[in-house]
Design a protein around this ligand. Structure first.
Ligand code: NAP
Ligand code: MG
Length: 450
């Protein structure tokens, strides 16, 4: 593995784990396969207890995990604590699932018909660098709860919290081989999850380009696959809303995690009669955003994850007409200020492409139909917000926007107890919510003649 860098300072970190080779990846997959029957057959109440014990150990190490993410990914300490807490909460939520994997009894003539939810076996989870802890847990918590064993590949840039969480699972008493963390390259370890016949499902979160390759690769063995991919989500602001509240909320809908958020509302659509007021208030809010050392308790936005990501985002900014920016430290580290672009043309790259950095494009619209058409004029469909005081309009627009996760008068995105996933090229399948454990099972139907 290349040496890990602290994105806040550009300095090398002391510990860089070795990248797994193909042979090492195979050995871990076989270990997970060997551990599967034992884990599948653990009594439901005991599997529930072990997941709660795992959650409790994560809770005891919450601050350590948070500080590790500040160091490795440059997340603000407040966000990093929320992310570690999300792992704990997700484990607790899905600890109820082993005792609730209900089958069905279906009326038939001449006998009894029942269904069973049976775990798949080894599940491969491939995680991006932007939210290393929660995205891993959104896969492994329901997968483990349903009786599967897991091989988890963190992103090369941000493996440290996943490795620590794997150690904590053992400390909590999960049997060895049940949750396996395999740091390494996507092109080696990630691809092996796709091609290895003992891996029965791949849960991939990352870019749409890589997601397409994963889906094509899984087709060969008709391997189950869930894809959580990119986004270009719209924040639609109607003139009938509380414009001050909408403008105060907008920075948090896009600049959180320095914009490296698949749910970032990176396009703001504002009804023309409120446009000038909104943009004026947005400027005030963006200039007030505290872009500081992420270890500082006051910090609301930290650096980008890598020099390469900073350069990619900078190229979008260079190609756009910037209206205004906030402030950011000069460096060292991979900093960019929160940046607002006024767009007139929907063909501009900054309007069409997922920038994955602290850049938002704003555009005016005239009426509801135009707002919906602009929002849907994208290959993506992950998230979005609607600001209006008219309940009927909120529901009308929410039903017409082609996206998996919408919020009304709010910038919130993902809750582990509600379903999450994308329309169109933002993904395939749903994660989280009460149904997630079933997505890690096969439903078997048995007819008993009598
Ligand atoms: P990425 O390049 O697609 O990588 C994601 C993961 O896939 C990494 O672990 C990567 O390994 C691995 N990978 C790369 N090539 C692979 C291959 N050929 N086979 C198997 N695995 C492979 O994405 P990223 O740059 O890390 O993350 C940014 C993207 O993720 C954005 O597009 C964002 O929208 C998306 N995202 C989506 C969601 C969601 O829930 N919808 C959430 C977060 C992020 P390496 O370690 O080698 O890079
Ligand atoms: Mg990448």
């Amino acid at each position: 593995m290349s040496t890990l860098i602290n994105p806040t300072t550009g300095a090398e970190l002391d510990s860089s784990p070795a990248s797994a080779s193909l042979e090492e990846a195979d050995a871990v997959i076989e270990r997970a396969h060997d551990a599967f029957p034992g884990w599948r057959d653990v009594a439901p109440g005991e599997r529930a207890r072990l997941l709660r014990a795992f959650a409790a150990v994560v809770d005891e190490h919450l601050e350590e995990l948070a500080q590790l993410e500040v160091l490795n990914a440059g997340h603000t300490v407040g966000n990093a604590r929320w992310e570690a807490g999300n792992v704990r909460d997700c484990l607790n939520y899905y600890s109820a699932a082993p005792e609730r994997l209900f089958g069905r009894q279906i009326p038939v003539a001449g006998g009894t018909d029942v269904t069973f939810h049976e775990p798949l076996g080894v599940v491969g989870i491939i995680v991006p660098w932007n939210f290393p802890m929660p995205i891993a847990a959104w896969g492994f918590a329901p997968a483990l709860a349903a009786g599967n064993t897991v091989v988890l590949k963190p992103a090369e840039l941000t493996p440290l919290t996943a490795i620590r969480i794997g150690e904590l699972a053992l400390e909590a008493g999960l049997p060895p081989g049940v949750l396996n963390v395999v740091p390494g390259k996507g092109s080696v370890v990630g691809e092996r999850f796709v091609t290895h016949p003992l891996v029965r499902k791949v849960c991939f979160t990352g870019s749409t380009a890589v997601g397409k390759k994963i889906m094509a690769g899984c087709a060969d063995q008709v391997k189950r696959v869930t894809l959580e991919l990119g986004g270009k989500s719209a924040n639609i602001v109607f003139a009938d809303t509380d414009v001050a509240a909408a403008a105060a909320s907008a920075p948090y809908a896009v600049f959180d995690n320095a914009g490296q958020d698949c749910c970032a509302r990176s396009r703001i659509l504002v009804q023309r009669s409120a446009y000038d007021e909104f943009v004026g208030r947005l400027e005030t809010a963006v200039r007030a955003l505290r872009v500081l050392d992420p270890a500082d308790e006051q910090s609301e936005m930290g650096p980008l994850v890598s020099a390469a990501q900073r350069d990619t985002v900078q190229a979008y900014v260079d190609g756009a007409t910037v209206a205004f920016t906030g402030t950011a430290p000069d460096g060292p580290g991979w900093w960019l200020p929160p940046t607002v672009v006024e767009s007139r043309d929907t063909s501009e790259p900054v309007w069409r492409e997922e920038v994955f950095g602290p850049v938002v494009a704003v555009m005016a619209f005239d009426d509801e139909d135009e707002a919906v058409a602009l929002a849907n004029d994208t290959d993506y469909g992950l998230s979005g917000s609607i600001f209006t005081s008219d309940v009927g309009r909120a529901l009308r627009v929410a039903r017409r926007v082609e996206a998996g996760n919408l919020s009304v008068n709010s910038h919130s995105s993902v809750r582990y107890w509600t379903p999450f996933g994308g329309y169109k090229q933002s993904g395939l399948g749903r994660e989280l919510g009460p149904d997630a454990p079933n997505a890690f099972t096969e439903e078997k139907n048995v007819f008993i003649a009598h």
